[in-house]
Design a protein around this ligand. Structure first.
Ligand SMILES: NC(=O)c1ccc[n+]([C@@H]2O[C@H](COP(=O)([O-])OP(=O)(O)OC[C@H]3O[C@@H](n4cnc5c(N)ncnc54)[C@H](O)[C@@H]3O)[C@@H](O)[C@H]2O)c1
Length: 330
């Protein structure tokens, strides 16, 4: 019977893993450990699925080869934790899960767009402090009267554009590769025009050298002071120090950030006792009542988790059968 090791497994993934094992008549061994600490467990298995943000320990690759492992499947879209060159040198095919559920992140972004337009961040803070009044600058904007700018109209950005279009919002898009199929849904404009015209701007670019620090001081200065920003793409797309500055200067009204620079220091950590003083920019964002922070959970839905498990395991079975995987990373 084929045996596969899955590392960094969370409790919420176990049902999908058990269902896959049953359906495919294979044995799946799971551990909450990173592959760095579980590499010895590969001695007795045929395949491997990992999931971690931290770089895979360079010593792991040769150990996997020595244990007869032929592949590494990461059940995430990102694969920068894997040294592809080192993996290939050790005869390891690397696969990822490029799209597990664009709806998961698009729906999260839509929720944040609603929260920003409805100014829920203000009422959340006030009501938590027993203040049930409302003020004239808290008047909300109905979504079908709003202009929403999407930067990066790819799988997730495109899905969000369709949801917004269905709700009657006017959707502006900026992308280095505009897509014909978005005609009638997205009005493609320059980044500058999008920044000037949008009531909410939502970032959905992939992280690459052209999108790193895509929004900085001079970009925030172009935004309407009543406008808001959503970032559920990748932290380094925004110059965080400039965003903090711009929020302080009231160049924009609010932000909802699921991803932010330095997030690896805080996401999935319990900061209740320790606080955030070692990550001052995040501490500053966290202290602002017009900033909504979430710990990189836009992907974390029923369907996305099932697809991450299923697609990564399907890739393992393909590679073990000597067949090409559509998700091979080179
Ligand atoms: N928060 C989460 O939980 C979560 C989960 C999954 C994915 N993501 C992130 O969402 C983002 C989008 O994912 P996707 O699957 O839709 O990616 P995608 O590759 O389908 O789309 C990205 C789009 O951005 C465009 N783009 C790239 N660089 C650009 C630039 N400099 N200027 C303008 N446009 C640019 C591309 O042409 C493409 O259309 C990624 O950054 C991904 O890491 C976040």
């Amino acid at each position: 019977m084929t045996k596969i090791l899955m590392t960094s497994v969370r409790e919420d993934e176990q049902d999908a893993i058990n269902a896959f094992a049953k359906e495919h008549n294979i044995k799946i061994i799971t551990t909450p450990k990173l592959i760095d600490d579980a590499v010895d467990m590969t001695a007795d298995v045929d395949g491997l699925v990992i999931q971690q943000r931290s770089k895979v320990d360079p010593a792991v690759y040769a150990k996997l080869k020595a244990n007869g492992i032929k592949q590494i499947a990461t059940r995430t879209a990102g694969f920068d934790m894997v040294d592809i060159k080192k993996a290939h040198e050790n005869g390891l095919t690397v696969t990822n899960v490029p799209a597990y559920s664009p709806r998961s992140v698009a729906e999260h972004a839509l929720m944040q767009i609603f929260r920003l337009l409805r100014k829920s961040y203000r009422f959340d803070t006030q009501v938590a402090a027993d203040d049930f009044r409302w003020f004239s600058d808290e008047q909300a904007m109905e979504i079908h009267t709003a202009t929403v700018g999407i930067i990066g109209v790819g799988r997730i950005g495109g899905t969000l554009a369709k949801l917004l279009n269905a709700l009657g919002a006017h959707v502006l898009g900026f992308d280095v590769k505009p897509r014909e199929e978005m005609k009638g849904i997205v009005e493609y404009v320059s980044k500058e025009e999008l920044l000037k015209r949008s009531d909410v701007i939502s970032l959905h670019v992939d992280l690459n050298p052209t999108s790193t620090h895509l929004l900085g001081a001079k970009d925030f200065a172009l935004m309407k002071p009543t406008a808001a920003l959503v970032n559920a793409s990748r932290g380094p797309v925004v110059v965080t120090a400039d965003l903090v500055d711009a929020l302080n200067k009231k160049e924009l009204a609010a932000a909802a950030l699921d991803t932010f620079e330095g997030e690896n220091e805080v996401v999935m950590t319990d900061r209740r006792k320790k606080g955030l003083s070692d990550v001052p920019l995040i501490e500053e964002l966290h202290a602002m009542d017009n900033v909504i922070l979430t710990p990189h959970i836009a992907f974390f839905t029923n369907l996305a988790v099932k697809n991450m498990v299923d697609f990564s395991l399907e890739d393992v079975l393909l590679v073990l059968a000597g067949k090409p995987s559509p998700h091979e990373v080179n």
